[in-house]
Design a protein around this ligand. Structure first.
Ligand code: C5P
Length: 250
């Protein structure tokens, strides 16, 4: 009988424009190591992870140095120079590239390179929670803030008007009941995830994570409590916060 293995797939082919740094976001040094290196060190230290695949852009000029500086990663990490135009396509390209290595019922944990705060115990909790799940699931946090929808992008004087609201004002308070903020890893069976992302490729705008492609098939991924330290480094002020988490190991 084939025992399902757990593979990690890290999309790391973005440029991270919102951070405004010289190098792509995933290579930014944080607490002494590149952001991506934190993620790789965490996954390779996990016994439950059979192998780690990283999707980088074909022109990536940083990953070779990162790997040279970290020889312990060599046997546990494979680089796939197949980044796509969007995160969705980078993940799909990565899945297609490992078709001969992964069985349909193997699990794939897709994790953003931009979430360096992930820990081995969060990975273990996700894997344990999904052991008996048919579909798969993701780390996520319950929404605690009161949510407002704004008038951005809404024509000022009704349909047909060319004028958009110049500042943001509240049009609606959205109930936070039953709302969660999605994190990664998002963990699904190889075959199901590859099929879901391939089918969703025509609707790329709506697909900002793996779970949404699975949901489009009418399936319900399981929500597993994540951690605030696993947040996505996106804006300049996130860098200092990430360093606090990474230095303190809180
Ligand atoms: O830009 P954002 O923070 O949403 O990216 C999330 C993750 O997806 C990052 O690890 C980034 O490198 C990756 N990505 C990718 N290919 C793209 C865009 C983003 O692998 N075309």
């Amino acid at each position: 009988m084939h025992l399902s293995r757990n593979f990690a797939l890290i999309p790391a082919a973005g440029i991270g424009a919102r951070l405004g740094t010289d190098c792509p976001k995933q290579y930014l040094p944080l607490a002494g190591k590149a952001m991506l290196r934190h993620v790789l060190d965490t996954f390779v230290a996990c016994e439950a992870i059979a192998h780690v695949f990283v999707v980088v852009s074909a022109e990536d000029g940083y990953i070779a140095d990162l790997m040279t500086a970290a020889p312990h990663l060599k046997d546990r990490v494979t680089l796939l120079y197949q980044g796509g135009e969007t995160r969705h396509l980078s993940v799909l390209n990565g899945l297609n590239a490992i078709r001969n290595q992964a069985a349909d019922d193997d699990w794939v944990l897709v994790h953003d390179a931009a979430r360096p705060g992930l820990t081995g115990s969060l990975i273990a909790q996700l894997i344990a929670a999904l052991r008996d799940e048919a579909v798969g699931g993701l780390l996520a946090l319950r929404v605690v803030d009161t949510l407002k929808r704004s008038d951005e992008g809404v024509p000022l004087h009704g349909e047909g008007s060319q004028k958009m609201a110049p500042t943001s004002h509240v049009t609606e308070t959205v109930s936070r009941a039953r709302l969660w903020a999605a994190q990664t890893p998002q963990m699904f069976r190889y075959g199901l995830l590859q099929r879901a992302l391939a089918i969703a490729a025509g609707q790329a705008q709506q697909i900002t994570d793996e779970a949404s492609a699975i949901e489009m098939l009418g399936l319900r991924p399981m929500l597993v409590e994540g951690s605030p330290r696993n947040f996505k480094v996106t804006l300049p002020h996130d860098v200092a916060l990430a360093e606090i988490f990474l230095k303190e190991q809180v």
